[in-house]
Ligand binder design. Structure first.
Ligand code: GLN
Length: 195
């Protein structure tokens, strides 16, 4: 049995938990340092407000231990604000959070009018995937070894770099389970390798 921790400081964490529960995986919330005493094989960084999440991660002393785990190969799924937390660089912004994913990300990339929209697009490994975008970022440049998994209107909206999955959209807000299924598979592989 695998266990997946969901960063639950702010944003759309409950929807990820519901999705995992439905898929038969027991998630737990990460809210304080002692929550990291759990054994876990995957980490979800949910959507929300990356500036708020980044500050809370530091204030609650969660930042360094989580960063070390990601660098050591723990599978991580970053959605929307989660992608921003993982990015090595942000456009016209000196802020770097974890900086473990070698991509450049443009925040709030679609402007106010297109604050929120739905699309369906092909995703590598998974086929057609419904995508919900909410004041979403996109990936404007990728580094070596990063795979592009999906594009919408010529913009990169999903990438994978080894153990790190970064999505500009919210897979937890749609009926489709394929993204979470794919992530759970990565967590199983990680667990099998570790044991
Ligand atoms: N615009 C948000 C940010 O910069 C991300 C939006 C989201 O997670 N839905 O953090």
């Amino acid at each position: 049995m695998i266990s997946i921790g969901i960063l639950a400081l702010q944003g759309a964490f409950a929807e990820h938990a519901q999705k995992l529960n439905r898929l038969g995986v027991d998630p737990f919330y990460i809210r304080q340092l002692s929550d990291l005493d759990n054994e876990y094989h995957g980490l979800i960084l949910p959507g929300g407000e990356s500036t708020v999440q980044g500050k809370l991660l530091k204030d609650l002393h969660l930042f360094n231990p989580l960063k070390s785990k990601i660098e050591a190969g723990l599978p991580v799924l970053g959605t929307c604000a989660g992608l921003i937390l993982l990015a090595e660089k942000l456009v016209e912004d000196e802020t770097v959070h974890f900086g473990t994913l070698p991509v450049t990300v443009q925040r709030n990339a679609y402007g106010r009018q297109l604050g929120s929209f739905e699309r369906q697009a092909h995703m590598a490994h998974l086929g057609e995937v419904p995508m919900t975008f909410i004041r979403a970022p996109y990936v404007s440049a990728i580094g070596k070894g990063v795979d592009i998994l999906a594009q919408v209107d010529g913009r990169v909206v999903a990438v994978q770099y080894q153990n790190q999955l970064g999505l500009a959209f919210h897979p937890e807000l749609t009926d489709s389970d394929v993204v979470h299924d794919y992530f759970i598979e990565l967590c199983h592989q990680y667990k099998d390798k570790a044991s």
